[in-house]
Design a protein around this ligand. Structure first.
Ligand SMILES: [Zn+2]
Ligand SMILES: [Zn+2]
Ligand SMILES: [Zn+2]
Length: 182
């Protein structure tokens, strides 16, 4: 497809898509926007042993947990990439919820039930998370999107963890393979 036609179709897709897709293949005018996006990794992301969601453990307050009280970290310390380009094996629009501190998918109009009340509210980086790639000694697979509450949760146990939408999380979509420290 000629670049100009591609760009027009892209523009028609809307500003929301452009704003949410850091580093998406952009042509012409948008190249400066892409270059201005910073990218990197943020650590201190942990598995919650109570609700099995991925949450940010870098604050004194740990965030409301769907299993009651606050999240409690266990296992690996994850270092998650943000600000890069989405690819066939990396999905963007994953965000920190400033209310419950979990990682949730912000790509739908409905933001998903939040254990802090109402729906999740995005803040901070646009994470671009790898999926459906072979696991290594410093990545863990079986992380999934919950089709009910929209958080990232660990699906590797028989019990899938308490869900803010009621019952337990239900895996949908990709098999995320998330990097952690050794
Ligand atoms: Zn929790
Ligand atoms: Zn939330
Ligand atoms: Zn859920």
């Amino acid at each position: 497809m000629p670049n100009e036609i591609f760009r027009r179709q892209f523009l028609k897709a809307g500003v929301g898509f452009i704003g949410g897709a850091a580093g998406t293949v952009l042509l012409g005018d948008f190249s400066t926007v892409v270059l201005a996006q910073s990218s990197g990794v943020q650590d201190r992301w942990r598995f919650c042993r109570k609700c099995q969601a991925m949450f940010y453990n870098g604050y004194d307050h740990k965030g409301a947990c769907a299993a009651g009280g606050s999240h409690e970290p266990a296992g690996f310390e994850f270092a998650l990439p943000y600000g890069g380009s989405p690819t066939q094996n990396a999905q963007d629009n994953w965000r920190f919820c400033r209310k419950c501190q979990a990682m949730f998918f912000n790509g739908y109009p409905n933001k998903g039930a939040c254990p802090a009340g109402g729906t999740h509210k995005a803040a901070g980086y646009n994470f671009v998370l790898p999926h459906d790639v072979p696991p290594t000694s410093t990545t863990q697979e079986e992380w999934r999107f919950c089709g009910k509450c929209q958080v990232m949760f660990y699906n590797g146990y028989d019990n899938t963890g308490a869900c803010a939408a009621g019952g337990s999380h239900e895996g949908a979509g990709y098999n995320f393979v998330l990097p952690h420290y050794p």
